[in-house]
Design a protein around this ligand. Sequence first.
Ligand SMILES: N#Cc1c(N)ncnc1-c1cnn(CCN2CCOCC2)c1
Length: 299
Amino acid sequence: MNLPTSATSLAGWQHIYSGKVRDLFVPENGPDNILLVVASNRVSAFDHVLDPAIPGKGALLTALSNWWFSRIDMPNHLADPESAPPVPMEVSDRAMLSRRLEMYPVECVVRGALTGSGFLEYRETGSVCGIELPAGLEDGDLLETPIYTPAHKAPLGEHDENISYEQSVELVGPEVAEALREASLKIFTAARDLAAERGVILADTKFEFGRDPETGELVLADEVLTSDSSRYWDASVYFDASLSRADRLASFDKQIVRNWLRSNWDQQGVPPQLPAEIVSQTQDRYRELFTRLTGKNWG
Ligand SMILES: N#Cc1c(N)ncnc1-c1cnn(CCN2CCOCC2)c1
């Protein structure tokens, strides 16, 4: 996977980490309990960060995350702007000023549908993360009840490893493991139901939690319920039996890019530049997802 070659340097902030699509900063001169999470416009597919970036993507997904945070009844990591240095103008619309937490090394994945790595594991073993599922399920099938399928965070560039609930207990202890599972299932179920009212299927998502060192409380962190951390499908497309399975499971935001790459790249080496039309269509899909979920026009 080709990683970003340079992270934005921000006046007053020290860059500490770059992921595929986000960059992390801490205040150069304190306080040390603050973290700035900046969502880039980078888009990744097939384990590659693509070129060019999608203008507006970072701001839109930050706004979507903030919209969900405001609807989730749980402490979150968003910080009071008064408690931190000013957020530089050049990233203000795509930056998340956060409380610095002691992050738990568990990717809290919840699946309402069986696809991706979960389907691959099911096809091999009949289960996902030790959870036995009924026989005969196909890729993309909706599950009767959502399942909690944690993963262990892998180093950047590697795939996270699906683990059993019992393995998550070994990582964080029984009380925290249960709290992570309970919170993840509760948030997912509420978000899935809200999305369904808007004709959108929340197929799966990944939450990250941390412990606030000052209060000891469990805090919802990272981005939440964005199309980078979740799979969203259009319900009218999903239930259209005239479409192929691949088309029915088209992700709201990245399918246009994936389909173009499948037709224009042999998945060897570095992917080709995305044409302007593909970038524009992808921007439209991000906007459409934002509007469908929030009921607000973007921009
Ligand atoms: N959100 C948030 C947040 C927070 N509120 N407090 C502390 N850390 C994080 C955070 C955000 N992303 N990551 C993953 C980057 N890690 C870098 C080290 O290596 C493992 C991955 C950590």
